[in-house]
Ligand binder design. Structure first.
Ligand code: CUA
Length: 317
């Protein structure tokens, strides 16, 4: 294969990996070309105008606009092409398809915890089905970590205080390395794990072998009750709070006239920073749950609120 000459090159495990390799090679060749050009000119001039050479030093050439404009334009065009190439790949990498399998990741010193929608949980391992788009919704419990899977050519910083997401579609079964690529404390170097990509049937088997305590949404429903959220967010409550049924994925008009989309990030922010984005037509009465609820429970709540929308869509059909 054409990539094998790159030092340290390892086969990728998703279609995007090949795109990233191509971009990498493009950047490498462009840099090599520019470096070679610069150094050969440097060398040629150094030899031509060395001390005691008989080169003509008397007639300085005047400034040439043709050259100035020429090389400036060439550089500009080269950079714009590289930018457009990188940007299109970036946009593609960060726009998950809507049917992607959502998996929640919580990073903490020093482990990766994964929660599947079915309620399966694992630490420093992530089992995934092959040929199915997977969307990771990632949160950090403490400091900045970085989720890095070299075989997928994917790395994403996981910053505390917000969700990060990324998606990919593994195209071959196998075991791939998972690393933390951001120094996060004493055991940073040991914060690694593996991604296990399985055939569809093996994956189903793996799912069914795990101990589960109900689906992630069912666990979320328990957290919802335990925190007393239903006291305001139910049809019969005295306090008027926005209904959560059918909320996920919908545009939400806000008090300041803007419109937010009710995605995972919005739901999370509404629980932790309820005063930041207030739904139009409601009083800002919601207390903040910042510091009272961990990332794991937040994820369960988010999954529960998402499931309320799916139920609604299901019953409308
Ligand atoms: Cu987590 Cu380094």
């Amino acid at each position: 294969m054409w990539r094998e000459w790159i030092p340290f090159w390892r086969p990728g495990a998703s279609p995007h990996a090949a795109d990233v390799d191509l971009l990498f090679t493009g950047l490498l060749l462009t840099s090599l070309f520019v470096t070679a050009l610069l150094f050969s000119l440097l060398l040629a001039f150094a030899i031509r105008y060395r001390a005691n050479s008989d080169a003509d030093r008397g007639h300085r050439i005047r400034k040439s606009w043709r050259w100035e404009i020429g090389w400036t334009t060439a550089t500009l065009v080269a950079f714009l092409v590289l930018f457009a190439w990188g940007a299109s790949l970036f946009l593609d990498l960060y726009a998950p398809p809507s049917d992607a399998l959502p998996i929640y990741i919580v990073a903490k010193q020093w482990m990766w915890k994964a929660q599947h929608p079915g309620g399966q949980r694992e630490i420093n391992e992530l089992h995934l089905p092959v040929h199915r788009p997977v969307r990771l919704i990632m949160a950090s419990q403490d400091v900045i970590h970085s989720f890095f899977i070299p075989a997928l050519r994917l790395k994403r910083d996981v910053v505390p205080g917000r969700y990060q997401d990324m998606w990919f579609e593994p195209d071959k079964p196998g075991i791939f390395q998972l690393l933390c690529a951001e120094f996060c404390g004493t055991d940073h170097s040991r914060m690694s794990g593996r991604i296990v990509v399985l055939d569809a049937s093996d994956y189903e088997q793996w799912l069914s072998r795990q101990d589960v305590n109900g689906t992630l949404a069912a666990e979320g429903a328990r957290v919802f009750r335990a925190l007393g959220c239903g006291g305001c967010h139910s049809a019969s409550s005295v306090v008027r709070a926005p209904p959560l049924e059918g909320l996920y994925g919908k545009p939400v008009p806000l008090q300041d006239g803007t419109v937010a989309t009710a995605d995972e990030r919005y739901i999370r922010d509404s629980i932790l920073l309820p005063r930041a984005q207030i739904s139009a037509g409601y009083e800002p009465v919601m207390p903040s749950f910042a510091g009272k609820i961990g990332e794991d429970d937040l994820i369960r709540l988010v999954a529960y609120i998402k499931s309320l929308a799916e139920e609604e869509r299901g019953s409308a059909r």
